[in-house]
Ligand binder design. Structure first.
Ligand SMILES: *Cc1c(COP(=O)(O)O)cnc(C)c1O
Length: 388
């Protein structure tokens, strides 16, 4: 029998991190000491009180059956309280919050609720690949919004042609941003709301990095802006805040009708988040947030060491205000791919080529600060030996 992938599957770009992982494995086989600053996956463990809560929850027979639906009401209430404390805004746990099997799952599925074949989805680039993959899976058409240094890595909504804006169903935004580490202001979010109202576009704000901020500068939520809840939803996750990427727990919140569409898709695809994981999530969100403060300090120290050391050896690297990414221009005369190749071959450093996350990322690389200070110092030491 001849097995043929669907057109949809063939249209997908190769998943970047699978490619990077292959290169990493082959370098390890050659006996090279690899320092991996590639994938954005926290190296720190999940805080102990959350693990302890999980151990208790996993024993409860009520969690051994299908969880179904929007999630435990206790979890949704915990999310609402967390939003109130952090962003001073109200969400109704009954219909404005929906649990997700990690936010990637919701970000990838929402298109199926709102995008018809040929509809346009506004996708920032460079960016998290899932915004585009979801568009392809729903037979939508991506219209890419370049994020450039000149615009502080914010999309220029004025530049979107009228014809495109009118056919657009969804606009994705993501601040603090992966990969550029840029942050957004409430003033930017106000412009987004105006755009969405004018063109009847659903806004999907990806807030995964809201708690990884430095120097006390707390990033805002899109939903804080007047009118935002009429036009959009926000995706959030425990993954980065509590080092829980493996647990798969996130949520969507905001406009209840938009949530209802996502819920309908999910009811037909999955059966919810493991109840015990949700119960541990309640403990994470409602306990003391000291563990988050500690984590921020660790990332901030890493950021300072890595950027200061790189600048000492002649790079010109800005300190990010948020996220655990350092997004920086490559040496003059090199492409992103050249630079990634040289860093791997000559220094054993894995990083992400900027153009792998979108054409406007050409000329940049992304380093993830997900290794210890000692390893980061070693990394710069190794980079300093490269002849450019
Ligand atoms: C890590 C990350 C997420 C979170 O993914 P989960 O599925 O919740 O683990 C979402 N958006 C971006 C941009 C990310 O980098």
């Amino acid at each position: 029998m001849e097995i043929e992938f669907s057109r949809r599957l063939k249209k997908l770009p190769p998943y970047l991190f699978v490619e990077i992982d292959k290169k990493k494995k082959s370098a390890i086989e050659k006996g090279i000491d690899i320092i991996s600053l590639g994938v954005g996956d926290p190296d720190l463990p999940t805080p102990k009180h959350i693990i302890d809560a999980m151990k208790i929850a996993v024993e409860k027979p009520k969690h051994h059956q299908y969880p179904f639906g929007a999630g435990l009401i206790e979890f949704r209430k915990a999310v609402a309280d967390w939003y109130r404390n952090r962003f001073n805004m109200n969400l109704n746990p009954q219909n404005e919050i929906h649990s997700l099997i990690g936010s990637k799952e919701g970000i990838g599925h929402i298109h199926l609720a709102y995008v018809n074949p040929g509809d346009i989805v506004l996708v920032p680039e460079p960016g998290y690949p899932v915004y585009n993959c979801g568009t392809i899976f729903s037979d939508g058409t991506p219209h890419f919004l370049p994020l450039t240094e000149k615009n502080n890595f914010l999309p220029d909504l004025e530049k979107i042609p009228e014809k495109v804006a009118k056919k657009s169903k969804i606009l994705f935004i993501n601040y603090p941003n992966n990969p550029t580490s840029a942050t957004a202001t409430l003033e930017f979010y106000e412009r987004v709301v105006k755009f969405a109202q004018k063109y009847n576009v659903i806004v999907c704000s990806d807030l995964a990095y809201s708690e990884i901020y430095f120097d006390g500068k707390k990033p805002p939520s899109f939903l804080q802006v007047k009118g935002a809840k009429d036009v959009g939803v926000e995706f959030h996750s425990l993954s980065k805040t509590y080092n829980m990427t493996g647990w798969r727990l996130g949520w969507a919140c905001g406009n209840k009708d938009i949530i209802a569409g996502l819920s309908k898709v999910k009811d037909n695809y999955d059966s919810g988040v493991f109840g015990a994981v949700q119960e541990a999530g309640v403990v994470a969100l409602t306990s003391s947030q000291n563990c988050v403060e500690k984590m921020r300090k660790i990332y901030q120290n890493r950021r300072d060491i890595f950027t200061d050391e790189l600048n000492k050896i002649g790079w010109s690297v800005k300190k990010p205000e948020a996220t655990f990414y350092v997004w920086t221009k490559v040496p003059k005369g090199y492409t992103s791919a050249d630079t990634v190749g040289k860093l791997l071959d000559e220094a054993g450093i894995i990083c992400t080529p900027g153009n792998g996350l979108g054409p406007s990322g050409e000329g940049y690389v992304r380093f993830a600060l997900t290794v210890s200070e000692t390893r980061l110092k070693q990394a710069v030491e190794k980079i300093s030996k490269i002849k450019w």
